[in-house]
Ligand binder design. Structure first.
Ligand code: NAD
Length: 431
């Protein structure tokens, strides 16, 4: 992997830029450039044939100055400690940018869940949470689903942890099924948060979503629901792609029907009345709003130089390379960075934890209203930060908001020694 595509190094660069631009003490960067704690665990699992297979799992805890660590658990063959560390770091700033009272964490197990039976998956899930039990908990570190983990896996983990403790601790994990303390609105939350900030960005640029054209890369949980929500706001969904192909119709498509077509055929490709389109064509096509909602490192410098969208909303984590970022900024594209555009999921995870702690549950409408308020406030704070200097782009502004919040928490807790007053009183001066 080229050095500029290493997610851990990319995240470190963003933190350094933010700490430098904020004029903070270098100790802030020295603390934030790495996780505070990492745990590697060995998980022996009895397979259905009676053999024992030994898996390796990780939990990285990046920073807990603003509150407990928070972040998902990934089950994937390519999981490495470095990846988990980078993802934990991102979580600190995703929570920070929208002001959630959490730091960042992330976990993972190197495994291929597609090759495991349901029983093996359950034993692995229970084994993982037993192995990391000493470092997680509703007041310590709260995991959630990530790639190839789901509400059922969260339920097994919550159950195992509760059995270890001897009482139900629903708040140890979020993304649970509704019947064991899950939250209404969690499934749509990432996409809903993204569509809210897209609407705010369009307002800022002075155009209406009614009739605005949208292209979405990735048609899974994030992409398909963003398409549906933006369609409901009056947007025209002109192109979508998934890993098997794409569909293009300049007159617009109905995302609900597209989802039905994908369920039936396994692809968005071939949806009636559409032409085929590739992922590369989609990223550079004429449209008002581009939503990368699939993979990392999609918008490189050469792709960015051909992007025609007015707004790029990063529903995916890390879809733009640092070089791509610079080109988008030079071209005047309005970028809504991943830590903000995809913060809706962790925000509703936070609501789930609050509801578990209270033992009182909100309606979907209440959840959505609270999500709306947090996303709009987060967007406005980033925009205000951006306006403080010509050299500040939206990604830097988002990191500055987040880093400042975490650094202020570290300062008042006394983690920065006698640099405390300097950091806590620091103000961002216009350039
Ligand atoms: P998902 O697995 O549900 O969907 C991924 C989609 O991307 C699928 O439609 C897949 O076909 C498509 N895809 C894969 N490779 C592709 C390629 N080469 N070209 C085009 N499309 C391709 O995953 P998701 O939950 O929707 O997550 C998507 C992105 O959003 C990831 O970066 C994830 O980290 C990020 N994200 C998701 C959430 C969430 O709550 N779901 C929260 C925060 C961030």
């Amino acid at each position: 992997m080229a050095s500029n595509l290493n997610p851990f190094e990319n995240a470190q660069q963003e933190i350094k830029r933010a700490v430098t631009r904020l004029g903070m003490h270098p100790a802030v960067y020295e603390i934030l450039k790495q996780p505070m704690k990492v745990l590697t665990v060995v998980i022996p699992v009895q397979m259905d044939d009676g053999s024992i297979k030994v898996f390796t799992g990780y939990r990285a805890q990046h920073n807990n100055a603003p509150g407990p660590y928070k972040g998902g658990i990934r089950f994937h063959p390519d999981v490495t400690l470095d990846e988990v560390k980078a993802l934990a770091m991102w979580m600190t700033f995703k929570c920070g940018v929208v002001g959630l009272p959490y730091g960042g964490g992330k976990g993972g197990v190197a495994c291929n869940p597609k090759e495991l039976s349901r029983g093996e998956l359950e034993r692995l899930s229970r084994g993982y949470i037993r192995a990391v039990a000493e470092v997680v908990g509703a007041e310590k570190d709260i995991p959630a689903p990530d790639v190839y983990t789901n509400p059922q896996i969260m339920a097994w983990m919550m159950d195992e942890f509760s059995q270890l403790k001897g009482y139900n601790e629903f708040g140890v994990i979020t993304g649970k099924p509704l019947v064991v303390g899950g939250s209404a609105g969690r499934n749509e939350a990432t996409a809903r948060g993204c569509s809210i900030v897209v609407r705010e960005a369009a307002k800022t640029l002075g155009f209406s979503l009614k009739g605005a054209t949208v292209a979405v890369q990735g048609f899974g949980n994030a992409g398909s629901i963003v398409a549906r929500l933006l369609h409901a706001e009056g947007c025209r969904i002109v192109a979508v792609v998934d890993s098997t192909g794409g569909a293009y119709n300049p007159a617009g498509m109905d995302p609900g029907r597209l989802s039905e077509h994908k369920v039936k055929t396994g692809s968005v490709k071939g949806y009636p009345g559409t032409k085929s389109v590739s992922s590369a064509e989609l990223l550079t096509m004429e449209c008002d709003i581009l939503v990368p909602a699939a993979l990392e490192n999609q918008i490189t410098a050469s792709v960015a130089s051909q992007v025609k969208a007015k707004i790029v909303a990063e529903a995916a984590n890390g879809p733009t390379t640092p070089d791509g970022d610079r080109v988008l900024t030079q071209q005047g594209v309005f970028l809504i960075p991943d830590i903000l555009a995809s913060a809706g999921g962790v925000t509703v995870s936070y609501f789930e934890w609050v509801q578990n702690n209270m033992g009182y549950y909100w309606t979907e409408q209440e959840v959505n209203e609270r999500l709306e308020a947090i996303m709009v406030k987060g967007f406005q704070e980033v925009l205000t930060m951006k306006k403080l200097g010509k050299d500040i782009d939206m990604r830097l502004a988002a990191y500055m908001v987040a880093v400042k919040r975490v650094a202020d928490a570290m300062a008042v807790r006394g983690w920065l020694g006698n640099t405390t007053s300097q950091v806590a009183k620091m103000e961002v001066k216009p350039a």
